[in-house]
Design a protein around this ligand. Sequence first.
Ligand code: MLT
Length: 409
Amino acid sequence: MALINEHFLKLPNNYLFSDIAKKVNSFKVTHPKERIIRLGIGDVTQPLPPAVITAMHKAVDEMTSKETFHGYGPEQGYSFLIDAIIKNDYASRGIMLEQSEVFVSDGAKSDTGNIGDILRHDNSIGVTDPVYPVYIDSNVMSGRAGVLESGKWSNVVYIPCVAENGFIPDLPSRRVDILYLCYPNNPTGTTLSKEELKKWVNYALANDVLIMYDAAYEAYIQNPETPHSIYEIKGAKKVAIEFRSFSKTAGFTGVRCGYTVVPKELNGFTLEGKRVPLNKLWNRRQCTKFNGASYITQRGAEAIYSPEGKEQVKETINYYMSNAQIMKEGIQKCGLEVYGGDDAPYLWIKAPKGLTSWKFFEKLLYEVYIVGTPGVGFGPSGEGYLRLTAFGDRDDTLEAMARLKKWML
Ligand code: MLT
């Protein structure tokens, strides 16, 4: 008799985006003629940059001959990609990393979910609220989140980020062992200044807190003062793991590639208080459970750092950020309160007339045929908000704004 991991039974039946997909599918069955505009899940719509396609074609061709074929690659990623990452994403900002501090993977979702493997089940967790659901759900699965009581997990400290505090999280009300930060933020689309981020790094240094820093959306930052990496802050290598993704940067949502930085100087502790480098544990975990992202994928990722790749990526990001501006202006003209969208591809909208998140979601779906993501799906402080993504096609984005205007005014 195989006993199950009963922590799974504590989870809601569906992952947030699967739940929404089900609701949208049932709408489609009952309204087959209506054209839905999907601005819910943050999936990209523009094709891969041509430089990536060329590099991947070349890599496929290499697979056709015995001399250039690639079988298993290094679990940590190929050095050609790791070198390009270090040079372009870090050294260019004055951050020095060793090759062995970067772990290429199949994306930030997997890594932010899997990182808990190397940490004890009874660490306490802190999250900014609303929050990307993977951080919470993966901790529930390992038993670390405790039990669900009135919409909150008992072993999780929720740090509200709402309009009233300008979406700037306060230090947690009680001590946490592990803290998740995502900036630019999913779902609110807001950012933290260098000063604010410094506050968190100093807090972590003073309290032995491990920060999980999800920087999946850093490529969308427009403000030159906004930090792209937590390692821009002095001392951060001692307290933070950073996650990055090529999904939103270069349209890899369907290709799957990202990476995680685990600095050598970052330690965890045994129960007896002995320091253990987390880099060593993550390396061990990856070697056992992961066989590396594919060679073809990694050659594609490498190509985004070529001069033409960089240009093409910039163009696509500008395209999405123009969508974000169109949306922000359109939503404001409708008289709605809206946040984010300046340094991130997400717009965080206050539901009108005191509607709940789900009610607003349903009204948009059933009356305007637009799919958003209900804010409360990201946590209790998301109640009364709804998220739209700027990853849509331009024509769809324009039409969505026209529909919204007609509906609201
Ligand atoms: C989102 O919509 O929040 C993201 O697309 C989810 C993800 O990146 O996994």
